[in-house]
Design a binder for this molecule. Structure first.
Ligand code: CAP
Ligand code: MG
Length: 464
């Protein structure tokens, strides 16, 4: 079967959706035997049995009642199968810990399958409404950021490991003097060289002074990915209360800690702080075209579980190898069919975590990974094309600390570009050439040398 011709039909657009909308539906792409239509159908039967109630051979222990847990094929589309799973197969009392084995479990290991990619999932409203979703959501986060009418600009302190608390907080302070958000990196938590209490105290003390001096909203996403996340969160809250500050989010490496950990954190009403989900390790599962899980699945689960912020890629503007471009398809509201590769696009992910979904608030997309000041105009354009305008957070580590004039100036360049692309004049420019000319003129103005240095830096440049 011809791979590049494979398209994807969103689950809710299937002709059979209506009669299956009270069940869980998963979309999986497989390769089986010679990939004829018959082979794919046979492979999907194997997969359906393995992920619901069956096994590799017929068994004598099936009862009339046990068929209530059987799965079925809803629709077949090339090498993609849409599989119905009874909603009661998810033991909701088990939270997200009982879900993966039902929708992304054994079938990846079936020796008969030559490919198994879990592309997408649909949950019936009866299930979705059992989950809290983000406590703040995009609007709540922007409210915390003073309802700024631009992209939220942030930085990851670099070097990501090895600095002592004073050194780390000093880098953070220089970011806070100009930009909005600072975060711990994915592997920094409570190492001996940078204990969390000292880092949090030094950082928040400096942050508080800048907030008092400038009146500007700031946010520190502090990594609490540890053995007992809830205890750490409570210890952080107690320390913050001692310091008299609350401008922080609880950052969790969500893939590593598990969606259930995020859900449990969200359910703590004595911890009413934003939850920031970093997705470290996701690429071990999401990049392979052979066996893996599309990040879209995790994005939906993290939104259900309560993620206020979620890393979802950079619309192909950064270092994490997304060879992606926004497909015109997404400029339509609700496409009937899309190119399969669009499922991995930041654009599709960001649409999924911000569009209306039951009573769940939206999750703020965070773009990160090889960003720099000149990358922001393109991100803003793509984010606008899916209808989200300036509502996105953009983080740069190397793209701020690598500025020729250091962190503070790099952070200023990053923030100043985010401001520049929000002018009505810039937003009215249709052509790439006129957008580039506008920003080059902006960078050439007196006082904007720091922006010009960023645009001129050979590893950075300007993407419009
Ligand atoms: C970026 C980053 C981010 C990843 C996240 C890093 O640093 O801090 O964690 O890029 O990627 O450690 O690489 P730079 P994603 O800005 O210096 O690249 O959002 O795709 O999960
Ligand atoms: Mg990082």
């Amino acid at each position: 079967m011809n791979e590049e011709k494979q398209t994807y039909i969103p689950i809710e657009k299937l002709e059979e959706f209506k009669e299956n909308k009270d069940s869980i539906i998963i979309a999986v792409q497989i390769s089986f035997k010679n990939d004829t239509e018959e082979d794919i159908h046979e492979g999907l039967i194997e997969l359906t049995k393995e992920t619901t109630s069956g096994t590799w051979v017929e068994i004598s222990t099936v009862t009339e009642g046990s068929t209530q847990a059987d799965g079925w094929i809803v629709h077949e589309h090339g090498k993609i199968g849409y599989i119905g799973i009874p909603a009661h197969n998810w033991d909701l009392s088990g939270g997200f810990n009982n879900l993966p084995a039902n929708i992304m479990g054994n079938y990846f290991g079936l020796g008969t399958l030559k490919q198994a990619r879990f592309l997408d999932v649909y949950f019936p409203p009866e299930i979705v409404k059992q989950f809290p979703g983000p406590r703040f959501g995009v609007d709540g986060i922007y409210k915390k950021m003073g309802d700024m009418k631009r992209m939220i600009t942030g930085s990851i302190v670099k070097p990501k490991m090895g600095l002592n608390p004073i050194e780390w907080a000093t880098v953070a302070e220089n970011v806070f003097k100009e930009a909005d958000l600072v975060k711990d990196d994915e592997n920094l938590c409570n190492q001996v060289f940078c204990p969390w209490r000292e880092r949090f105290t030094e950082t928040m003390t400096r942050q508080q002074a800048i907030i008092e001096e400038t009146g500007e909203p700031k946010m520190y996403a502090h990594n609490i990915t540890t053995i007992d996340i809830l205890q750490r969160a409570r210890d952080v809250k107690a320390l913050a209360e001692e310091l008299g500050t609350h401008h922080y989010s609880m950052m969790v490496d969500g893939i590593i800690s598990g969606v259930n950990s995020v859900h449990r954190l969200r359910m703590q009403d004595d911890l009413p702080f934003p939850i920031y989900i970093h997705r470290a390790m996701h690429a071990a599962m999401t990049r392979s075209r052979d066996f893996g899980i599309n990040f879209l699945v995790f994005a939906k689960l993290f939104r259900m579980a309560g993620a206020d912020y979620l890393h979802t890629g950079t619309y192909g503007s950064g270092k994490m190898g997304e060879a992606e471009s926004l497909h015109p398809t997404l400029e339509e509201d609700d496409p009937e069919i899309i190119p399969l590769e669009l499922l991995d696009d930041t654009a599709y992910l960001n649409r999924a975590i911000t569009k209306s979904w039951g009573d769940l608030k939206s999750t703020l997309p965070m773009a990160s990974g090889g960003l720099f000041p000149g990358a922001l105009p393109r991100i803003r354009r793509f984010n606008g094309a899916i209808g989200n305008a300036f509502q996105i957070g953009c983080n740069a580590g190397g793209g701020i600390h690598g500025h020729p004039r250091g962190t503070r100036v790099g952070a200023k360049a990053f923030k100043d570009v985010a401001v520049a692309v929000e002018t009505n004049e810039y937003q009215s420019l249709e052509e790439e050439t006129t957008r580039r000319a506008y920003l080059d003129d902006f960078a050439s103005m007196d006082g904007n040398e720091h922006v010009k240095q960023a645009f001129d830096k050979v590893e950075w440049g300007l993407l419009v």
